[in-house]
Design a protein around this ligand. Structure first.
Ligand code: ASP
Length: 342
């Protein structure tokens, strides 16, 4: 796909109606000093004020704004995912709503985006956006990101592609996107595969489509609860303390942030094999940040009962593992199929 679409604001048709759901984050943050871009308070500016900073939105869409939460996304709790996904589905079910924008913190944006991509049952565009600089900063990036997100949500060509992240003019698929900088305004990338396209000056262009099933084509739901799944890294000299603690706590799953191609220190591997024997699902992901973890047919996957995460990083692998376990997918072969599919 390689088509340019004018935003609906450039036609004489009535403007699309877009729901904006605010959850907090740096985009809603303020600092006492306009030069301050760290150490500010996130999630304090209300959604009306956020929208007021982007008057150009009125040329693109009619906005219906709601405050869902006011948090720093580092403190995000899966219960908010349940609330958010249910609210998105309720809004998307309305004939007069064309798309939904969610403002969010950058810190856990990739987790929420992938979660929504897997659970919300709608073909209407759901677009997450955020900011690296607080609303009070010189050259705050939030207003332009919000305008880009609304423009994308109002674009007919965005239907049926699941959940997006619109950030710094780029359009990313929720499955691919990760935060790759602690400070830069261009903080989000889709490693290996690149962005889906871009949004700029009211124009949206897609360079490629979304390949894997999402939204209505998955068996997942945010209403089924959140099985306990921990992420445990492998590193030089790692002990088995974290695995033993996870087993003792009764977790249902463990995602290993392995080295390289999901390789695991021998000490940790013995402990994880014991976890599998106790009925805990173990998924091998990589801490590297780019690339994929391919399934090792012999050791350790088949021999020890591990599942490989493919291209999902450990945080996204945890999201999928929680959803799969909640949907009753415990069998190792079926779990591997879920990781190969979604
Ligand atoms: N520092 C974060 C951000 O960039 C705060 C958060 O994630 O809510 O949005």
């Amino acid at each position: 796909m390689n088509t340019t679409f004018l935003s609906p604001g450039s036609t004489s048709a009535p403007l699309p109606r877009i729901a904006v759901l605010a959850t907090g984050g740096t985009i809603a943050g303020t600092a006492s000093d306009a030069a301050q871009t760290a150490g500010y308070q996130a999630g304090v500016v209300g959604v009306e004020q956020l929208m007021a900073a982007v008057p150009a939105v009125s040329g693109v869409a009619r906005i219906e704004a709601e405050q869902i939460a006011s948090i720093d996304s580092k403190d995000l709790d899966p219960r908010l995912w349940t609330v958010l996904s249910q609210r998105i589905e309720a809004l998307a079910a309305r004939d007069d709503i064309n798309g939904i924008v969610v403002t969010h913190g950058t810190d856990t944006l990739e987790e929420t985006a992938y979660l929504l991509h897997l659970v919300v049952k709608t073909s209407k565009p759901v677009v997450l956006t955020a900011a690296m600089r607080p609303a009070s900063a010189l050259s705050a990036d939030g207003p332009m990101n919000l305008l880009g997100a609304v423009t994308l949500a109002a674009t007919r060509a965005a239907w049926g592609q699941g959940v997006f992240v619109a950030f710094n003019n780029r359009i990313h698929s929720a499955r691919d996107v990760v935060k790759t900088s602690t400070y830069a305004v261009d903080a989000f990338q889709s490693p290996e595969v690149g962005a889906l396209g871009w949004v700029q000056d009211g124009r949206v262009e897609f360079q490629r489509g979304v390949v894997r099933p999402h939204t209505g084509a998955t068996p997942f739901s945010a209403a089924l609860g959140w099985p306990a799944v921990e992420i445990i890294p492998s590193y030089a000299g790692v002990s088995r303390i974290a695995v033993d603690a996870a087993i003792a706590a009764g977790v249902r799953g463990i995602v290993v942030a392995g080295t390289g191609n999901g390789s695991i220190h021998g000490t940790l591997q013995v402990a994880l094999a014991e976890a599998v024997q106790r009925g805990i699902s173990v998924v091998r992901a990589s801490r590297v940040g780019s690339g994929h973890v391919i399934r090792n047919g012999a050791a350790p996957d088949d021999a020890l009962g591990f599942v490989s995460a493919g291209t999902l990083n450990p945080y996204k692998a945890r999201v999928l593992l929680m959803l799969a376990l909640a949907a009753g997918i415990n069998d190792r072969t079926l779990l591997q199929a879920a990781f190969d599919t979604y």
